[in-house]
Ligand binder design. Structure first.
Ligand code: NAD
Ligand code: G3P
Length: 333
């Protein structure tokens, strides 16, 4: 039987543990807090993040990383992106040679502008054949309710991607393989920033033309960055690109979208942060995505506008006007 360790008892870690269990894996869920781990083991429910979902007996929880990692085929990482380096540093010595590390995270590291797979390779000292990524239109609550969805499992080694695909394929979760790790990760990280922008437009009371414009031009800047970094442009037309962008930019379940909506409605940054209980990766990653773009000479005006609003206190209306008053250009340049 395939053994999986899932690190992070938040929304997506817990929902993905359910997917793995439904696909026939034995799953050990690692969490920081003993009360939550005990609650999962005794009630079969994660009361803080997915209280409506009952987990099967093949999912058990622990606070002991060594116990979670013992004999694991896959170690699935679902902690906030900015905490990965520190957390993985502690877990790395416990990882066995057969274990493939799987990132569920959709962020770019602040300071280094590294993708999560790069942080994993660096901290755990593993090659590309032992690092995989899962990314797509996968709002945790819908997946936990076993609503049909698809996703992408990416690894430079296609055989490993196929093994991971088999480990998480269920009647309601349909994973497609891809070898473009860079494109899948960029799609996931940048859509959170575009989701913030679309949320702001929603909060300002703007309509579907504005939102479609932000989504489409957001995808154009994601693709530009991807091309500069060696991604396959077709990835951005797929589930990890357009698919995830559509889900995030249209759903009230998206934390990034909701965060942007609150700002667009006129809430202050402090009020919006206080109202956000879960991880909205784009809030931090907008800065690291912009950093990555600048390091590579790529123009990302929507990302820049989001950084201006979220980190420089620029009013949303002014940021939108600045975007609309840029010089006219060809759609493809
Ligand atoms: N929720 C979704 O629908 C969804 C879907 C796909 C991908 N993702 C991505 O998955 C990743 C995790 O998101 P989530 O939705 O599970 O977030 P979440 O906020 O629901 O849960 C985060 C988990 O990490 C833990 N955590 C917080 N700080 C930590 C630290 N310093 N060290 C260790 N653990 C810490 C929290 O206690 C919690 O268990 C993010 O990168 C997110 O973009 C989320
Ligand atoms: O809630 P968000 O904004 O982190 O989005 C969740 C998922 O990434 C959607 O695929």
């Amino acid at each position: 039987m395939t053994r999986c360790a899932v690190f992070g008892t938040g929304s997506w870690g817990t929902a993905f543990a359910l997917v793995l269990a439904d696909a026939g894996c034995e799953v050990v869920l690692w969490g920081r807090r003993k009360e939550l781990v005990d609650a999962v083991n005794t009630t079969r429910v994660n009361p803080d993040y997915l209280p409506q979902v009952s987990l099967p007996d093949s999912v058990r929880a622990t606070t002991d990383a060594a116990e979670a990692l013992a004999g694991a085929d896959f170690a699935v990482l679902a902690v906030p992106s900015q905490t990965l380096r520190e957390n993985l540093g502690a877990w790395a010595p416990l990882i066995e040679p057969q274990t493939v590390l799987v990132s569920l995270m959709k962020g770019i590291e602040l300071g280094t502008a590294k993708r999560m797979s790069e942080v994993i390779a660096e901290v755990a000292g593993v090659g590309p054949e032992r690092v995989a990524v899962v990314s797509g239109p996968n709002l945790a609550r819908e997946i936990a309710n076993r609503q049909p969805a698809a996703s992408v499992v990416a690894c430079a080694d296609e055989a490993v991607a196929k093994r991971l695909q088999a480990a998480c394929h269920t009647p309601y979760f349909r994973p497609y393989t891809n070898t473009d790790v860079i494109g899948c990760e960029l799609g996931g990280a940048v859509k959170n920033v575009i989701g913030l922008a679309v949320g702001m437009a929603d909060g300002m009371g703007l309509g579907d033309n504005t939102k479609a414009t932000l989504i489409t031009r957001g995808l154009a800047e994601t693709t530009r960055l991807g091309l500069a970094l060696g991604a396959d442009p077709y990835t951005f037309a797929g589930l990890a690109g357009m698919g995830d962008l559509v889900a995030t930019c249209s759903s009230p379940l998206s934390r990034n979208h909701t965060f942007g909506t609150n700002l667009g409605r006129g809430m202050s940054l402090a009020e919006t942060i206080a109202a956000t209980r879960q991880t909205a990766e784009g809030v931090k990653s907008c800065e690291s995505v912009l950093d990555l773009a600048r390091r590579n000479g790529v123009d990302m005006p929507i990302v820049e506008a989001v950084v201006d609003v979220v980190h420089n206190g620029r009013p949303t209306q002014e940021a939108l006007q600045a975007l609309m008053s840029r010089s006219a250009k060809a759609e493809r340049h």
